[in-house]
Design a protein around this ligand. Structure first.
Ligand code: Z5A
Length: 212
């Protein structure tokens, strides 16, 4: 009937600079929701397992060179490869916790000097997250955490430009969380934000698409 509620899973994205703690928090959220009996999966972009993902991985490891525009489009294609699976998972009631998404795509490429609108264009039509949780940490503090590996973007000056780019992408779906707090305190805040969102989506919050 017309009154039927289209219950669905929530699309939750974590964003932030390298070393902000996204990966740690995604796995904690996954366990938390599983323990509560929710259907939930954690994904990450880039998804290095696909054919496109392998090209991205080799680029990030400095094993291949690609034009800035070309790599931008590969990151975007890597999300498009997963779009229909994403929609069917959400419709079947599975919540997705995603480590990086289109905002990383735009923030990193525009930090290299590419035009922001050009960067956004290939993302239009992907599903918009129900919330974006931005784990906020200064580039200097993030660098202090150590473990900066040899990957392409792991340099302080570049991370400073990425932080600036992220700032202009913020909108009403964003929650900014202080990522310098102890890991358990960050986790506590995230649990609350995520549960609220999961409940809204169970009540049939409509899907929205990015940037059109
Ligand atoms: N990229 C792009 O250009 N375009 C795109 O479209 C997409 C991505 C999707 C690879 O991403 C690169 O691709 C990435 C952006 C670009 N480059 N950079 N920079 P990736 O996902 O493979 O890599 P990453 O996300 O940058 O790195 P990561 O290792 O997964 O970092 P993390 O998830 O933020 O952090 P973590 O592993 O959870 O924590 C880092 C360390 O800090 C670790 O030792 C923790 O124990 C510690 N930690 C965590 N939380 C805390 C707190 N609260 N206090 C103290 N210490 C903490």
């Amino acid at each position: 009937s017309n009154n039927k509620i289209d219950s669905r899973g929530a699309l939750i994205v974590l964003e932030g600079l390298d070393r902000c703690g996204k990966t740690s928090q995604c796995s904690r959220l996954l366990s938390y929701l599983e323990e509560l009996g929710h259907s939930v999966e954690s994904w990450r972009f880039p998804d290095r397992n696909t054919g496109v993902g392998q090209m991205i991985s080799s680029y990030l490891e400095n094993k291949s060179h690609l034009d800035d525009h070309a790599i931008h489009l590969l990151f975007s294609a890597n999300r498009w490869e997963k779009r229909s699976l994403m929609e069917s998972k959400l419709k079947s009631g599975t919540t997705l916790i995603i480590d990086r998404y289109s905002f990383s795509g735009v923030a990193f490429s525009s930090a290299k000097g590419l035009d922001v609108e050009w960067c956004k264009a290939p993302e239009a039509g992907l599903l918009a997250p129900d919330i974006v949780i931005y784990l906020d940490i200064s580039p200097e503090k993030a660098a202090e955490r150590g473990g900066y590996g040899g990957e392409r973007y792991e340099q302080l000056e570049f991370q400073k430009r990425v932080a600036q780019s992220y700032k202009m992408l913020r909108d009403s779906t964003w929650k900014i969380v202080d990522a310098t707090l102890p890991i358990e305190d960050v986790e506590k805040q995230l649990r609350q934000i995520v549960m609220e969102c999961v409940l809204k989506c169970q009540k049939g919050k409509p899907f929205v698409e990015l940037w059109q």
